[in-house]
Design a protein around this ligand. Structure first.
Ligand SMILES: C[S@@+](CC[C@H](N)C(=O)[O-])C[C@H]1O[C@@H](n2cnc3c(N)ncnc32)[C@H](O)[C@@H]1O
Length: 239
């Protein structure tokens, strides 16, 4: 799969445009994967982007794309844990993370990266979020995510977490429906269907779980989504 999660360049660039600044000397993309958004950012900003991921395979794919598009000088690969970003990049102007912060936990990610962001610098982090209060969410969706992503919080809860860490909230953006489907669910669905009879039980289970997720998405639209949190570290923040 080219896309490792829901996302689109259109959404990435719309969110980038919400930041009231257009020059960022140090840009880090945490959990870059194969780097769709890394390339979109580097191409738009014409500035180097540091792609951080623990997967050498994904970084290798990104390196191939960067070369193909003549952008190898604008993309730097770092095979490392996103939790270690402050040690490697102590003064970041723009920290970007799409569809990846949940790997270390959204609250922990925001806290961990805060000291590494320059005063007046930005963090843009997307996180799967409930869009309504839990008592309004259909039971099927609640049950699916009770095991699928029990840490999912409402947008208000995530905003409160960001403010408690010390960020100013500049904007939020809900990932478009098309970004879930084009090149992601429309590829994943036939792939998962083809694995339902796989010899290994774990693969069959994963395929089944994937298809359930797609069904929940179709039936529970508007109840949850990927939300981009556009955050700024205040100029006089302590840390
Ligand atoms: C769902 S993919 C999203 C990739 C990309 N940001 C996108 O939106 O297409 C999550 C990525 O996070 C990476 N990852 C998981 N845990 C990580 C960690 N602790 N540090 C750095 N990367 C990590 C995975 O290897 C994977 O590439």
């Amino acid at each position: 799969m080219e896309k490792l999660g829901p996302g689109s360049n259109l959404d990435t660039l719309q969110v980038l445009a919400m930041i009231p600044q257009d020059s960022f000397p140090v840009v880090v993309d945490a959990g870059s994967g194969a780097g769709r958004q890394t390339l979109a950012l580097a191409s738009q900003l014409r500035t180097p982007v540091h792609a951080v991921d623990t997967s050498e395979r994904h970084l290798g794919t990104l390196a191939r794309y960067a070369e193909e598009f003549g952008m190898d000088e604008l993309v730097h690969m770092h095979c490392m844990d996103m939790a270690d970003i402050p040690a490697r990049f102590p003064a970041i102007d723009l920290l970007w993370s799409e569809c990846a912060a949940y790997h270390i936990g959204f609250p922990r990610a925001l806290e961990t990266w805060f000291p590494a962001i320059r005063p007046d610098g930005y963090a843009v982090v997307s996180e799967l979020s409930w869009l309504r209060s839990m008592d309004e969410v259909p039971r099927a969706a609640r049950e699916y995510f009770r095991s699928g992503y029990p840490d999912m919080r409402t947008v208000d809860d995530n905003l409160a977490i960001a403010r408690a860490v010390g960020y100013d909230v500049i904007a939020t953006h809900l990932l478009s429906r098309a970004a879930w489907i084009d090149g992601y669910y429309d590829k994943l669905e036939p792939l998962a269907n083809s694995l339902l009879q796989h010899a290994e039980q774990s693969v069959r289970n994963f395929a089944q779980q994937t298809l359930s997720g797609i069904r929940i998405f179709d039936s529970a639209e508007g109840n949850y989504g990927y939300v981009f949190y556009v955050l700024r570290k205040p100029r006089h923040a302590v840390s």
